[in-house]
Each structure stands twice: as structure tokens, then as C-alpha cells.
Design a protein around this ligand. Structure first.
Ligand code: HEC
Ligand code: HEC
Length: 307
């Protein structure tokens, strides 16, 4: 018998013996279980088929002689036959390209499972639950909720008692400090305090209607003290002449025109949280990670501080 077939037969017998030992030796053995039987039958078939396919190709390599037209190039006398591209190979090649495009455009990156996606879905679902559960909270409970948001998110800069830690951030116990008013009147302001872009002009656009002239340094100092004192004291006339047309006689602001400079309102705080704020004291970041109810609550809390 050909040595090759002999080797194949011995290998097959060995593999079958190993299969028998490992299956028969394991606890319970085949035990008539149909799934186990099928698995073993599959293994046996695989061993036999593999051995005979390998033998076929090894024999072919031993006996084949090459013929056909040689290509012109030769590398150190190693030549290459001109063969047509096999059809199966060509189909696979094109198929792989099509699959690659599908995979890139609609397959994995777009429609795959992702942990970030799962996190975002969970967060959205949780927020949904949260918003229906907390929607109805108003009044004192809203202020309490705002206080806990404040202690978690804002106290690092504004301090436990919201006093701004010696000027590190705005003192939220008063609506405005004199230095902030002065800075705004001199430089203007563009902080989206009304929710959308509605800048306040700087001193070159601020006329005092009582005098008919641009606002002066002395008037700026006076009106800054006036606003910082809670709309009382000396600068009242300047305010009436230069500011009231937008901020209102009482400083409480006008919708779409100018914000309230006499007191905090939850809407103003929400706008600061949505857009951040830059001013005399420094820069405050926007707070995207708070949801609408949390912003409303912390707005109510801050509004309650200066009352
Ligand atoms: C033309 C209308 C207009 C006039 C006049 C005007 N303001 Fe304003 N003011 C605005 C607008 C609009 C804003 C909001 C700007 C923003 O979004 O940053 C604002 C913002 C402010 C702020 C900032 C509030 C904060 O929380 O930081 C202060 C302080 C202020 N004004 C004071 C004054 C004073 C004092 C005068 C008079 C000297 C004055 N404004 C005149 C329109 C006006
Ligand atoms: C990284 C520090 C920092 C954190 C955190 C921070 N703030 Fe501020 N905040 C500031 C600074 C600085 C200013 C003053 C900006 C300026 O110069 O007008 C400010 C200003 C404000 C103002 C505007 C006051 C005004 O005059 O109109 C409000 C309202 C406010 N913060 C609320 C909050 C709330 C609510 C939180 C928590 C959700 C918070 N801040 C967290 C730094 C911070």
C-alpha cells in the first residue's frame, strides 16, 4: 500500500481512538443522548473527510506537471505561468469589496451595539422617569431641591453660603455687586441673559436722557452704587435717564428687552446655566449636565436667597 494512504489510515484510527477515549471516558459517556451522538458523528466525519482531502492534494502535488505559457518576467530564473483569474476567486474578491462597503456604511460603525449608546439610552430613560416623577414639584420643595443641586454643583466656586468666596465667583446673596454693574456699563454685556443674543451696548452707546450726553464716569459710579444697593440711593436719576428705557423704572427688566437688575429670577439663572457667563469677576461655565427641572430648581433656590 502507498505510504501516504497508510499514514492517513493510521492517523484516522488514532483520531477515532482519541475521540472514543475522550467521549467514552467522560462521566456519563454518550448515554444515548442524541445531541452528543450527533456531535461525535460529526467529529468522526470531519476526521475522515479531512484526511482524505489532504491525501488527494498531496498526491496531486506529487504527480502534477505544469504546462502553459510562461510570463515574460523571470525572477532569478523563477518563472510564472499565465493563468486566467479563477472565477470563484474573482467572485470572492468583488464580493469582499461590496461587503466591505456595506460594512463601512451601514454595518458595524452605524448600527452596532455600543456602550456609550447604551449609556445614553439609559440616561434618557432615567431622565424621562425623573421628569414625570418630579414635574409637579413647586414652591418650597423646589427650593429644597435647588439647594441640593447647588451643594452638589455650585458650591465649589460660589461657596457653601453662596457668597462667592471672597470674589472668586459672583456673590449670589445679592443681585449685583457694584463692580459688576460698572464693568457692564463700561464694556457692555453679551451673555445671552435673556436666552438669546441681545447685547447691552457699552458706554459709547449709553446716553443719559436727562443731560442728552453720553454717560460720564461719575454717573457710572453713582448708578453702580444705586443698583448694587438694591435700587436705592444717589444714582436714581442716572438710572431713570440712562437705564430705565430698557430695564424699566423699577429695574425689573422687560421681556425680550433687558433682564431684571433688581432681583434674581429663575429664568435668568437658567439662562446663565445654559450659556455660561463672562464678566467683571471671571468666567462661569455652562451646565449642560443639569436637566431642565434641576436648572429650574436651582434658579428658584438662588432667587430665594436674596429675598
Ligand atoms: C438698550 C437697552 C439697554 C440699556 C439702555 C441698558 N441696558 Fe443693561 N442690559 C441690556 C441687555 C439687553 C442686557 C443683557 C445683556 C446680556 O445678555 O448679557 C443688559 C444687562 C445688564 C446688566 C447685567 C446683569 C447681569 O446679571 O450681569 C447690568 C448690570 C445692566 N444691564 C445694567 C445697566 C445699567 C446700570 C444701565 C444704565 C446705565 C443699563 N443697563 C442700560 C439692555 C440695556
Ligand atoms: C467654575 C466656577 C463656577 C461654578 C462651578 C459655578 N459658577 Fe456661577 N459663576 C462663576 C463666576 C466666576 C461668575 C461671575 C461671572 C461674572 O464675572 O459675571 C458666576 C456667576 C453666576 C451667576 C450670575 C450672577 C449675575 O450677576 O448675573 C449665576 C446666577 C450663577 N453663577 C449661578 C451658578 C449656579 C446655579 C451654579 C451651579 C449649577 C454655578 N453658578 C456654578 C463661577 C462658577
Amino acid at each position: 500500500m502507498n505510504k501516504l494512504y497508510l499514514g492517513g489510515a493510521i492517523f484516522t484510527i488514532l483520531m477515532l481512538a482519541f475521540t472514543y477515549i475522550s467521549v467514552g471516558g467522560s462521566e456519563g459517556g454518550l448515554n444515548g443522548d442524541i445531541v452528543n451522538m450527533l456531535a461525535v458523528a460529526g467529529a468522526v466525519a470531519l476526521v475522515i473527510i479531512t484526511v482524505f482531502v489532504v491525501i488527494k492534494y498531496v498526491r496531486q502535488m506529487q504527480t502534477d506537471t505544469a504546462d502553459g505559457e510562461l510570463a515574460d518576467e523571470s525572477w532569478d530564473n523563477i518563472g510564472e505561468y499565465k493563468n486566467p483569474v479563477p472565477m470563484g476567486w474573482a467572485i470572492m474578491f468583488l464580493g469582499t469589496m461590496v461587503w466591505g462597503m456595506w460594512y463601512f456604511l451601514v454595518g458595524y460603525p452605524v448600527n452596532a451595539y455600543s456602550q456609550i449608546g447604551e449609556y445614553n439610552e439609559d440616561t434618557a430613560a432615567h431622565n424621562e422617569k425623573f421628569s414625570t416623577q418630579y414635574e409637579s414639584i413647586t414652591g418650597d420643595r423646589l427650593v429644597e431641591m435647588g439647594e441640593s443641586v447647588f451643594l452638589a454643583e455650585c458650591k465649589v466656586c460660589h461657596g457653601l453660603s453662596a457668597d462667592g468666596i471672597d470674589g472668586k465667583a459672583a456673590n449670589l446673596k445679592v443681585r449685583l455687586e457694584a463692580k459688576t454693574v460698572k464693568h457692564v456699563v463700561e464694556n457692555g454685556s453679551n451673555n445671552h441673559l435673556l436666552g438669546s443674543e441681545m447685547p447691552m451696548p457699552d458706554r459709547n452707546g449709553l446716553f443719559n436722557n436727562n443731560t442728552g450726553a453720553l454717560i460720564t464716569d461719575a454717573e457710572i459710579d453713582a448708578v453702580s452704587q444705586f443698583v448694587a444697593n438694591g435700587m436705592s440711593g444717589a444714582g436714581a436719576e442716572v438710572f431713570a435717564g440712562a437705564c430705565a428705557s430698557c430695564h424699566g423704572e423699577d429695574g425689573k427688566g422687560m421681556e425680550y428687552v433687558a433682564p431684571n437688575v433688581a432681583a434674581f429670577t429663575p429664568a435668568l439663572v437658567v439662562n446663565v446655566l445654559n450659556h455660561g457667563k463672562k464678566g467683571a469677576i471671571g468666567a462661569m461655565p455652562a451646565f449642560d449636565r443639569l436637566n431642565a427641572k434641576q436648572k429650574e430648581a436651582v434658579g428658584a433656590y438662588i432667587t430665594s436667597l436674596s429675598k
